[in-house]
Design a protein around this ligand. Structure first.
Ligand SMILES: N[C@@H](CCC(=O)N[C@@H](CS)C(=O)NCC(=O)O)C(=O)O
Length: 358
């Protein structure tokens, strides 16, 4: 399970004369970018570095990834380069796909030329619609595996996680928010109007984030009984929503890869999403080692009821996945598990997940 890896998300920049890149090593590798093309910087989410004022100047949402790219018209030697930041993974990946064409390659050196630069965007209107639908599906808040990572379906699960990486994440983030907020508040009386305006924006940002994170802080750090009950309920709801996302995926997968027999942009997004989800289920208490079995086990838990707060739910007699299978056939073998096994054969998989899923 990968909170350590969550922290290794990247801020990336592209300089004027060199293509650099990428928040997504998957994309770099699948697109044939060379290591020398890349200038990566890590933003440690465990320490709340994504909330630093310097980072917020680049990405005002305070999320990763960010890709900083030069504006085309300022890439001449005679001009100062101006940059623009792409601040979400869909825009970043689209940019990286479009930015390494064969034409561009032919202007570069032979070693780099030798690497293929396949177009990963679908070529047809139907393909694009199917691709967009899949990408949207795994980026919707309801299917956010990062939330599932923090979720606790019982007070016991919460207590276990509070002593682990999840607890460290909530704590590190809370401390960073409080510290950055205090710094902004200390500068509140600046006479420089520009600084004053920046400061009030920062204060508003930190206040919003602190309010949004209050349920997590209440449950994880303050051990507040009401907050714990509310968080357990929200967590169960999030887990219950998972089968329907998986069922949609199951019906939308079109072939060996998401859109058929070619690896495409949708696969880059799906690989990241599935890897994170499978890392989460593997990290659940008592999970089997095999990630697909761990997913089955997590889904079973939802159907049978697991360790529960309040009255114990009796495990149902019927096959647990039968209820999940109501949404689609999620029993192995199925399209999704075959698809995952195919993704695991990609060189980008070995490069990104060789040391473990995250
Ligand atoms: N829509 C954005 C969301 C990215 C996102 O939420 N990233 C997570 C890490 S995987 C993040 O930055 N979390 C930090 C936070 O929300 O404070 C994207 O796809 O780029």
């Amino acid at each position: 399970m990968g909170l350590t890896h969550v922290s290794l998300s990247h801020l990336v920049s592209i300089s004027a004369h060199r293509l650099q890149p990428t928040p997504s090593p998957r994309r770099l590798i699948e697109k044939g970018y060379a290591a020398s093309d890349v200038e990566m910087r890590s933003v440690d989410l465990l320490k709340g570095e994504n909330f630093a004022p310097t980072y917020l100047r680049v990405n005002s949402a305070g999320t990763v990834p960010t890709l900083v790219v030069p504006l085309a018209e300022t890439t001449g030697r005679e001009q100062d380069t101006k940059f623009r930041a792409l601040t979400d993974s869909v825009a970043v990946l689209n940019f990286l796909d479009a930015s390494r064409s064969q034409q561009l390659l032919s202007q570069k050196n032979a070693a780099v030329d030798a690497l293929p630069a396949p177009a990963l965007a679908p070529a047809t209107i139907e393909g694009k619609a199917a691709s967009d639908a899949l990408i949207q599906l795994v980026h919707c808040a309801e299917a956010d595996p990062n939330f599932l990572l923090l979720c606790a379906r019982s007070a016991d699960e919460l207590a276990a996680q509070a002593g682990g990486l999840q607890g460290a994440f909530v704590k590190g983030r809370d401390e960073a928010l409080q510290r950055y907020r205090a710094e902004a508040a200390a500068n509140a009386d600046t006479v420089n109007p520009r600084e004053a305006s920046q400061n009030s924006k920062l204060l508003a940002f930190y206040d919003d984030k602190i309010a949004a994170q209050a349920p997590l802080v209440g449950a994880y750090l303050q051990h507040d009984a009401g907050a714990i009950a509310g968080f357990v309920e929200a967590s169960r709801k999030a887990w219950k929503a998972l089968p329907s996302t998986l069922a949609k995926l199951e019906t939308q997968l079109q072939g060996t890869y998401a859109l058929g027999d070619q690896f495409s942009l949708a696969d880059v997004h799906l690989m990241a999403w599935l890897a994170r989800l499978l890392a989460v289920v593997k990290g659940l208490p008592g999970a089997p080692d095999d990630e697909l079995e761990a997913l089955d086990a997590a889904l079973k838990h939802e159907v049978c009821g697991g360790t529960a707060v309040g009255p114990k739910v009796r495990p149902q007699k019927a096959a647990p996945l039968a209820a999940v299978a109501h949404h689609a056939d999620l029993l192995s073998p199925n399209k999704l598990s075959a698809y995952w096994k195919t993704l695991k054969t990609r060189p980008s998989y070995a490069a990104v997940y060789g040391e473990g899923l995250h």
